[in-house]
Design a protein around this ligand. Structure first.
Ligand code: THU
Length: 136
């Protein structure tokens, strides 16, 4: 694996270990790198009232906005995961996270996540959310 990707994967793995995921048993970690090189982590935080669960990607975006304000763009995001058996499986960002990532993305913002067979998939927010809502 290319060294930058390996570093992001290791950080995403580490933050996934902090997840609060007692209901699904599925721990997710996300690392955002901004176009200026700052990094922000997020993990999923579940709630006994299921609809209140927040995904790792959206928590990472919230941390970035809290620290930087809204005027930043995401260069890339790495999303990692462990299921209840501690195994990493295919997991791409959910639809809600795609729309939230789009808010702070460029046409070239990259998304890295695990595919099947241990491979890393690299795509863009734009490709994950074609024709996303942007009507304002
Ligand atoms: N989850 C994420 O953190 N990110 C995603 O993009 C998909 C799902 C979390 C939410 C929930 O805590 C668990 O994974 C199972 O859905």
């Amino acid at each position: 694996m290319e060294p930058n990707l390996r570093m992001l994967k290791d950080k995403a793995d580490a933050v996934a270990k902090n997840a609060h995921a007692p209901y699904s048993g599925f721990s997710v970690g996300a690392v955002i790198v901004t176009t200026e090189g700052q990094q922000f982590n997020g993990c999923n935080v579940e709630n006994i009232s299921s609809g209140l669960t927040v995904c790792a990607e959206r928590n990472a975006v919230g941390k970035a906005v809290s620290e930087l304000g809204p005027d930043f763009k995401i260069k890339e995001i790495f999303v990692s995961n462990f299921n209840s058996e501690g195994v990493t499986i295919h997991c791409s960002p959910c639809g809600a996270c795609r729309q939230v990532l789009a808010e702070f993305s460029t046409s070239d913002t990259k998304v890295h996540y695990h595919g099947d067979n241990g491979n890393i998939i690299t795509t863009t927010v734009k490709d994950l959310l074609p024709d996303g809502f942007d009507n304002y």
